[in-house]
Design a protein around this ligand. Structure first.
Ligand code: 5GP
Ligand code: ZN
Length: 104
């Protein structure tokens, strides 16, 4: 389930600190350490999945999207607008190999 050297797994296990915005049994949402927008939250599955390429079904991705939508509403950016971005693989700029959705 957890990958020892993975920074996002450490955040999920509260072994590394992060500004956590939301969590439940499936997903966690926390603020990006190096924000690219006034609101920059990352939504990740609690299970270590490397990227979209390793997805086994559509469930977690829909949960991540829905969580991002709820956070956008809570942060009052739902009407002004936001982007949801998932980088996949080295040429996309993915630097953390634990699936995550950027809410910007
Ligand atoms: P990627 O390029 O892999 O899609 O994005 C990874 C994101 O994770 C980057 O925006 C980066 O700033 C963020 N990040 C990397 N390490 C940490 C960390 O230890 N804590 C937090 N909160 N964000 C991190
Ligand atoms: Zn991980």
């Amino acid at each position: 389930m957890m990958k020892k050297e993975c920074i996002f797994c450490k955040i999920i296990n509260h072994e590394a600190s992060a500004r956590i915005e939301y969590e439940d049994k499936d997903v966690i949402a926390f603020w990006d350490i190096n924000p690219s927008a006034p609101t920059h939250v990352l939504v990740a599955p609690k299970k270590h999945i490397k990227s979209i390429n390793e997805l086994e079904n559509k469930d977690i991705i829909s949960k991540m999207m829905f969580t991002a939508k709820k956070i956008a509403k809570a942060k009052k950016i739902a009407q002004s607008g936001y982007r949801l971005v998932i980088n996949t693989g080295p040429w996309s700029g993915q630097i953390v190999d634990h699936l995550h959705l950027h809410l910007l």
